[in-house]
Unconditional design. Structure first.
Length: 103
C-alpha cells in the first residue's frame, strides 16, 4: 500500500509540473495582451504558480527526507541485527521462490 501511495505522489508531482509548465507557457503566449483584466489575471496566475512551485519543492524535500530516514533506520537495524536481517531476507526469498514456482 505504501508503494501505491508513493507512486500516486510521484504521479501527482509529475502532473503538477506539467500544469505549471503549461500555465507558464500560456502566460508567455498572452504577454502581449495589456488589458487591465488581463494584467490582473496574469499577476494572480503568476502568484499562484509561484505558490504551487514552492509547495511542490517543499513536498519533494519532505519525501527525500523521509526516504533518507527510512534508509538510515533500515541500515541501523541491519547493523544492530545482522542475523535477523539475513533471516528476513531468506524468508522473503523463500516466499518469492514459492510464488514463482507455482506458475
Amino acid at each position: 500500500m505504501n508503494t501505491n501511495t508513493d507512486m500516486s505522489r510521484e504521479k501527482l508531482g509529475s502532473d503538477l509540473r506539467i500544469v505549471i509548465a503549461d500555465a507558464e507557457e500560456l502566460l508567455r503566449a498572452t504577454a502581449g495582451q495589456m488589458g487591465e483584466k488581463a494584467v490582473v489575471a496574469r499577476e494572480r496566475i503568476q502568484e499562484s504558480l509561484r505558490i504551487a512551485k514552492d509547495k511542490l519543492a517543499r513536498a519533494e524535500e519532505v519525501m527525500v527526507d523521509r526516504t533518507k530516514a527510512a534508509a538510515r533506520a533500515t541500515d541501523d537495524y541491519v547493523h544492530d541485527h545482522p542475523w535477523g536481517a539475513v533471516g528476513i531476507a531468506g524468508a522473503v526469498g523463500l516466499v518469492i521462490g514459492m510464488l514463482i514456482s507455482r506458475r
